[in-house]
Design a binder for this molecule. Structure first.
Ligand SMILES: Cc1ncc(COP(=O)(O)O)c(C=O)c1O
Length: 442
């Protein structure tokens, strides 16, 4: 008789892998079995340098001692506490600590379990807030072309990545989109923030004129669009966006699921750009990817608007069984300790020039049509193979993996976002290997 356990272990068919070319993967699996600091270990015993912090999340690097210890201790002490009508001390400690990291008035934190949930939570809070202040006609949500806000129905509705939307029906009604900010004709190979394109924000005025401000609850943007292949806000764009929202009673939501927790060289993009939105969505780096968690920051005026009515009544009918899960809170506290002790939330600002110089050094490689960077984010856009979009970048991804570096691709764009502990020697290694990859692929 065959051993059912080992048969099940070796069967790759059951797992429908997310955002993955399942058939390709199952023919030639790429398995990680371990991770430490800047490296993954593969099932065939190789070390792979992490050029993407997992999925933009392991900002403190992998299996860091403070985080491991915090999680182990927490599971043994308090494995779970009901999230509704009950609390546990670490949830309050973490919320207070996070709120202290954000500029005032972003003084309140709602916990979720992912970036997608953070986005849907922020959109719901925005709608409910407008209603609570007597602005119940404000039911429209405005996103932006090429935006990625996760995969919930709220997130894909305000999101602007066509392949993530086109198969899922009509989604939320009343949503509209500003145009994206990508302008390669004027901004290709810009170093850092691009000069041109602040005027694209005026598209919001067009939308306001079309629908009337009195119908619009909120605008959501990624301060730096990540998943679409790293699109940077042109100089002055975010400042003007804030002003238009203020002038029209529209809430501004920054989706900082990628930019949060040090990616740009400041704790949040909100600090980096000096523009304070009304709500900020986060996830990923909050626990350095160790335990699923997200957090939505909101301003005091939003929070206070809900704190009325009879005191025994629930103020916001929203939440998750695992909101502020004790183990996630412990992981987040251990992660914040690690960030603080090692100065990781500002480390990208020390490395960004070195990173930028190395990245732009790849300009002369075959197929490269643009390079973009900010903080410890980089993107290399490749000329697509005629009639076979995405294939060239995917070949680069496969070759890079074979050569010992983990990169991420979206369309024909290579995106890089290493853990914030990366050394200069490892930056050199990443770009040296990438150079060879770009020369090797068709
Ligand atoms: C800006 C942004 N928002 C939301 C999400 C969704 O996060 P999650 O995959 O944790 O649901 C992502 C994920 O990459 C993201 O980059």
């Amino acid at each position: 008789m065959s051993n059912p356990t080992s048969a099940a272990t070796n069967n790759l068919e059951a797992f429908w892998m997310p955002f993955t070319a399942n058939r390709q993967f199952k023919q030639a699996p790429r398995m990680f079995v371990g991770a430490k600091d800047m490296h993954y270990t593969t099932s065939d015993g190789r070390q792979v340098l992490d050029g993407t912090a997992g999925l933009w999340c392991c900002n403190a690097g992998h299996s860091r001692p403070k985080v491991v210890e915090a999680v182990q201790k927490q599971i043994a002490e308090l494995d779970y506490a009901p999230a509704f009508q009950m609390g546990h001390p670490k949830a309050f400690e973490l919320a207070a600590r996070l709120a202290a990291m954000m500029p005032s008035p972003l003084n309140h934190v709602f916990f979720t379990n992912s970036g997608s949930e953070s986005v849907d939570t922020a959109l719901k809070i925005a709608l409910a807030y407008q209603r609570s202040i007597g602005q119940g006609t404000r039911t429209r949500l405005i996103g932006r072309e090429r935006g990625y806000h996760g995969v919930g129905f709220g997130g894909i509705s305000v999101g602007g990545i066509v392949s993530n939307r086109k198969t899922f029906g009509t989604m939320l009604t009343g949503v509209d989109h500003m145009r994206h900010t990508h302008d390669p004709a004027r901004n290709a190979f810009s170093r850092g923030i691009p000069e041109h394109g602040a005027e694209y924000v005026e598209d919001l005025i067009r939308i306001i004129q079309l629908h009337d401000a009195s119908t619009i609850a909120a605008v959501i943007v990624e301060p730096v669009a990540g998943s679409t292949g790293v699109l940077l806000p042109p100089k002055g764009y975010l400042e003007r966006l804030r002003k238009i929202c203020d002038d029209n009673g529209i809430l501004l939501i920054f989706d900082e699921v990628i930019t949060g927790f040090g990616r740009l060289g400041a704790p949040f993009a909100t600090d980096f750009f000096g523009v304070t939105p009304d709500l900020v969505t986060t996830a990923k780096g909050i626990t350095s990817g160790v335990i699923p968690m997200g957090a939505v920051f909101c301003s005091s005026s939003i929070y206070d608007a809900f704190m009325n009515g009879p005191e025994h009544m629930i103020e916001l009918f929203h939440g998750y069984t695992y909101s502020a899960h004790p183990v996630a809170c412990a992981a987040a506290l251990g992660t914040l300790d690690t960030y603080e002790e090692e100065g990781l939330l500002t480390r990208a600002s020390e490395l960004s020039q070195y990173w930028e110089d190395g990245l732009h050094g790849l300009k002369d490689c075959p197929h490269v049509i643009d390079i973009r960077n900010l903080g410890l984010i980089g993107a290399i856009e490749l000329e697509p193979i005629a009639g076979e979009p995405t294939k060239r970048a995917f070949s680069a991804f496969l070759k890079a993996y074979d050569d010992g570096i983990l990169i991420r691709t979206t369309g024909d764009i290579i995106a890089l976002s290493p853990p914030l502990i990366i050394s200069k020697a490892q930056i050199d290694e990443l770009f040296d290997k990438l150079r060879k990859v770009l020369h090797a692929i068709a």
